[in-house]
Design a protein around this ligand. Structure first.
Ligand SMILES: Cc1ncc(COP(=O)(O)O)c(C=O)c1O
Length: 419
C-alpha cells in the first residue's frame, strides 16, 4: 500500500525544519521560493497576458445563491463540506465524463485548485518520497512536494516539430525510482496545452500500477478542450480509482479565482487521507453558490468557451504570421505557448524585451520547470478581443485589447528579427 501510517507530529517537525532551511537558503541566495519566472514591475499602460485569472462576470443567480446563504444561516462551520454540493459535483463529473463518483466517500471539498493539489500531496507524500513532474509544468503543482519533506523529480514532455508537447515515455520511465510515490500531471496542461490521449493515459496508468505510485491529475481546465476527442479522466482507467487524486477547481471553469473553491476526487480508500490534511475546506455560502452554478444551465460556461476559442484562434494565427515564431493550437486550457527560438532570443530575453519595449507582460517558458520550456513563452487568453464584451470592472481601452497586444508583440518581434 502506498500510503503508510503517518507519524503526523514527527513528520510535521521534519517538514517545518526543511521548509525553514529552504526559506533561509533562498533568502541568502536571493532566489525565489515560489518560482523562477522573470519578475517585472507592472506599469500603468501595460497589457498583461500573464496570470490565468478569468475575467467574466458571474450570472446573477449564482450571486443570489451566495447572498441567500449568508442571510439564511450558512455562517457556521460546515464540517466535511456541504453534502448537497458533493452530490452536485458527483452529477457534474458523471455528466461530463461518464464516470460515477460516490458523493460521500470520494469527494473532498477544498479552497481551490491549489488547495486540491496541496491536500492531495499531503495525503500521498511522506518525508523522503519523490514526486515526478513533467517539464514544462504548472509551478503550483511542481512546487508542492517540498512542503511535505519530499522531492520533485523532473521528467520531460517531448516537444514536437510543430511546437506541441506530448508524453515522453522514456523520460518518465527514467525518472521512476523506488522512492517515487506520485506523478503530477496537468490534464489539460498549463502551459503546454497537452491533453493526454488514451494511449498516453494507459502508459501512465500501467507505470503507476507496476511501480506502485499515485497520479495527481490536475483537472483545473477540463472545461476547456479544443479538440474533438472526448476527455478521459485517468481515474476512470482500470485499477486507477485508488491511485488517482483528481484536483479540480471552480477557478477557471466558472471564473471563480477570488472565491476559492475546489475539490479532490479520489478512491474510497484514499479519501480519508485527503480529509485529514488540515487547512482545506471552503466557505459555506460560496459552496451554496457552487451548487447553484453546477446545477444551473451551462450557458455561462459555453459563452466563456466560445470567447476563449476565438481568442486562441486569433492569436495563434497572428503569431504564426510573425517571423521566427511558431505557435501550435493548444489541445486544452486557456493559454498559448508559442516557440520563439527563431527570433534568436531566449525565453527570458523575449519576456523582458517585450515588456521593456512594448509593455506586454507574459511568462517565460523556462520558468515552468528546469529548462524544457526554454524557447517558449506563455500567453494567457484572459483579455478580450475588441468584438467581445467585458465586465464593467475590467479596465480596457482600444489600446489594451487582445488585438492591440498582438500588434505590440508583432512590432517587438519584427524589430528583433531585423536586427
Ligand atoms: C493547472 C493549474 N492547477 C491549479 C491552479 C490553481 O488554481 P486555484 O487558483 O484554484 O488555486 C492553476 C492556476 O493557474 C493551474 O493553472
Amino acid at each position: 500500500m502506498i500510503i503508510k501510517h503517518k507519524y503526523l507530529w514527527i513528520s510535521h517537525i521534519i517538514i517545518r525544519m526543511s521548509v525553514e532551511k529552504l526559506i533561509k537558503n533562498e533568502l541568502k541566495t536571493g532566489s525565489s521560493i515560489s518560482s523562477t519566472r522573470v519578475r517585472i514591475v507592472e506599469s500603468p499602460d501595460s497589457i498583461s497576458l500573464a496570470a490565468g485569472d478569468p475575467s467574466f462576470t458571474l450570472p446573477k443567480y449564482i450571486a443570489d445563491a451566495v447572498y441567500q446563504a449568508i442571510i439564511g444561516g450558512c455562517n457556521h462551520y460546515c464540517f466535511g463540506g456541504d453534502p448537497e454540493l458533493k452530490i452536485a459535483i458527483s452529477n457534474y463529473y458523471e455528466n461530463q465524463f461518464g464516470y460515477k463518483v460516490d458523493p460521500e466517500k470520494q469527494i473532498i471539498i477544498t479552497s481551490g485548485g491549489s488547495g486540491s493539489i496541496f491536500a492531495s500531496y499531503g495525503a500521498i507524500l511522506n518525508p523522503g518520497d519523490e514526486a515526478i513532474c513533467l517539464d514544462p509544468a504548472y509551478g503550483g503543482g511542481s512546487g508542492g512536494p517540498r512542503y511535505f519533506g519530499a522531492k520533485t523529480v523532473w521528467a520531460k514532455l517531448k516537444k514536437l516539430e510543430g511546437g506541441a508537447f506530448r508524453l515522453d515515455e522514456e523520460s518518465l520511465k527514467k525518472a521512476i525510482t523506488p522512492k517515487t510515490k506520485a506523478l503530477y500531471i496537468e490534464n489539460p496542461g498549463n502551459p503546454s496545452g497537452i491533453i493526454y490521449n488514451k494511449n498516453e493515459l494507459k502508459i501512465i496508468a500501467d507505470l503507476a500500477i507496476d511501480h506502485d505510485f499515485c497520479v495527481l491529475s490536475d483537472e483545473a481546465y477540463t472545461e476547456y478542450v479544443w479538440t474533438n476527442e472526448k476527455y478521459t479522466p485517468i481515474i476512470s482507467l482500470p485499477g486507477m480509482a485508488d491511485r488517482t487524486f483528481a484536483a479540480m477547481a471552480m477557478t477557471k471553469m466558472f471564473a471563480w479565482a477570488g472565491m476559492r473553491t475546489g475539490w479532490v476526487i479520489t478512491g474510497e480508500n484514499m479519501a480519508p487521507y485527503v480529509n485529514r490534511v488540515p487547512g482545506s475546506g471552503a466557505s459555506w455560502p460560496i459552496m451554496k453558490g457552487v451548487i447553484a452554478a453546477l446545477n444551473g444551465p451551462r450557458d455561462f460556461i459555453e459563452g466563456e468557451k466560445k470567447e476563449y476559442k476565438e481568442r486562441i484562434d486569433y492569436c495563434v494565427k497572428r503569431l504564426n504570421e510573425m517571423p521566427g515564431v511558431k505557435c501550435a493550437t493548444p489541445e486544452g486550457a486557456i493559454y498559448i505557448f508559442p516557440d520563439i527560438t527563431g527570433t534568436g532570443l531566449t525565453s527570458d530575453e523575449f519576456v523582458r524585451g517585450l515588456f521593456e519595449q512594448e509593455k506586454v507582460r507574459i511568462g517565460s517558458g523556462k520558468g515552468y520547470g528546469i529548462g524544457n520550456g526554454e524557447g517558449n513563452v506563455r500567453m494567457s487568453m484572459i483579455r478580450p478581443l475588441s468584438t467581445q464584451k467585458m465586465p464593467a470592472w475590467f479596465e480596457m481601452t482600444p489600446n489594451t485589447t487582445l488585438e492591440a497586444a498582438m500588434d505590440r508583440v508583432e512590432r517587438f518581434v519584427k524589430k528583433t528579427v531585423s536586427k
